[in-house]
Design a protein around this ligand. Structure first.
Ligand code: AMP
Length: 409
């Protein structure tokens, strides 16, 4: 099938046309800083080996305008990989929050769309642009099935003791404040690939999966089910991240707001965009840049890396404590997949728990898609590296939903 995957963010739009049979990317489009004067859209034609790129400046466009540009290009550009939009068999939408409504991916109808819209209250930056894009695509391609693949769905199996917060229950009853988690599709994929790599059934395993990218979260996956995860009501909780603080004493927030006399929005911006690696290093939220500065002796950068490693170690340790068994720790996303240095720092502190890194295997730079085990052969708990590809996963889930609904060819 040919599936268009659409990932609408607060100020970006990622989309990719994917042929699911051969796992081939036909076209990628990435619009960044949408709504701002410096907005751009980059099209990548063909797969990674022979890719050709074109970047256009698109000042002040809306997310709908950016999406229309993708459709216009697919429809009429001579480099378009398809001859007609009718060749698109389905559209897979990444949706950040399905709230308590959705425990798995679904095909979208009016009822689903209105529930996604309702969940905008708990994901105000992400769900509204997704809804806008879904509506627009329904107008352009009314007969093409669309799916919603939720970041939250995989974590619906968490028990009440993991998802409730110790605050008055009326906030759960009235405002639905609870842990929802995020990166669900990534944790699910990392767990299933790790089980495959180990030649075991996921149901027989206890896995701790670490999605370490710009955003980061760790999940405890007991017998194939998520039982806890570090992200919470929003993706701000948990690990220290690129620009997000992760968990801090909540009293700090009111203290800073009073002292600096700042607004809720300003505080939100500090915690989401000015904290984490960026806030501590004062340099960058990008791990590669922070590591490079640390290597050159920058003390703040070194502290930022130390704090990052410490937060991941604490998360792994706390999930080890709540699992009935731990067979493997799984590393995925930009930092988890690519940084041997960070992995070495993380696991050098965890050998006493039976997670013993093989330094040679850790150093091997894997080709894209090369999932591997990097612990020593007799490590009681394996350490795996799994390459995540969110768009492919969304495309595959959409393909499966369409087949299940009997709406494919
Ligand atoms: P993602 O959000 O999954 O794209 O991950 C982005 C993060 O991965 C950024 O902080 C990058 O600096 C980091 N990253 C990517 N490659 C490497 C690498 N080789 N070493 C360290 N960090 C990396």
């Amino acid at each position: 099938m040919i599936i268009l995957v659409v990932n609408a963010g607060s100020s970006s739009l990622k989309s990719q046309l994917i042929q699911t049979d051969g796992k081939r990317s036909l076209l990628k489009a990435l619009a960044q800083r949408v709504g701002k004067p410096e907005a751009t859209i980059t099209f990548t034609f063909g797969d990674d080996r022979n890719a050709q790129k074109e970047t256009r400046e698109i000042p002040n466009v809306t997310i709908s305008d950016a999406l229309n540009m993708v459709f216009d290009l697919l429809e009429s550009d001579e480099r378009s990989p398809i001859e007609s939009l009718r060749q698109i068999d389905g559209i897979g939408n990444r949706v950040v929050s399905g709230g308590e409504y959705f425990t798995q991916s679904v095909l979208i109808d009016d009822d689903v769309l209105s529930k996604i819209d309702e969940c905008s209250a708990i994901a105000p930056l992400h769900n509204p642009p997704a809804v806008e894009c879904i509506r627009l695509m329904h107008e352009r391609l009314p007969k093409t099935p669309q799916s919603a693949v939720f970041d939250t769905a995989f974590h619906h199996t968490m028990p009440a003791k993991a998802y409730h917060y110790p605050i008055p229950m009326r906030y759960y009853d009235e405002y639905h404040i609870r842990r929802y988690g995020a990166h669900g599709t990534s944790h699910r994929y990392a767990a299933s690939q790790a089980a495959r790599l180990m030649g075991r059934a996921e149901e027989d395993l206890g896995l701790i999966t670490c999605h370490l990218g710009n955003g980061g979260s760790v999940a405890a996956i007991n017998h194939g089910k998520s039982i806890d995860t570090t992200m919470g009501f929003t993706p701000l909780e948990g690990l220290m991240m690129g620009t997000r603080s992760g968990s801090i004493d909540p009293a700090i927030i009111t203290y800073i707001m009073r002292r600096d006399n700042i607004t809720f929005d300003e505080m939100d911006d500090i915690l989401n965009k000015q904290s984490g690696l960026l806030g501590v290093s004062g340099l960058s939220g990008d791990m590669r840049e922070v590591l490079a500065a640390a290597d050159q002796g920058n003390e703040r950068a070194k502290l930022a890396v130390d704090m990052y490693v410490y937060a991941v170690q604490k998360a792994i340790g706390s999930y080890y404590a709540i699992m009935t068994r731990t067979d493997a720790v799984v590393m995925t996303a930009g930092i988890g997949e690519n940084s041997a240095e960070l992995r070495k720092m993380i696991f050098s502190g965890l050998a006493h728990m039976g997670m013993i890194l093989d330094n040679d295997k850790n150093q091997v730079v894997g080709a894209i898609g090369s999932d591997r085990i990097i612990s020593v052969d007799d490590s009681p708990i394996k350490i795996c590296v799994i390459t995540t590809d969110e768009e492919i996963r969304i495309a595959r889930e959409t393909d499966a939903l369409i087949v299940l609904a009997g709406r494919g060819d």
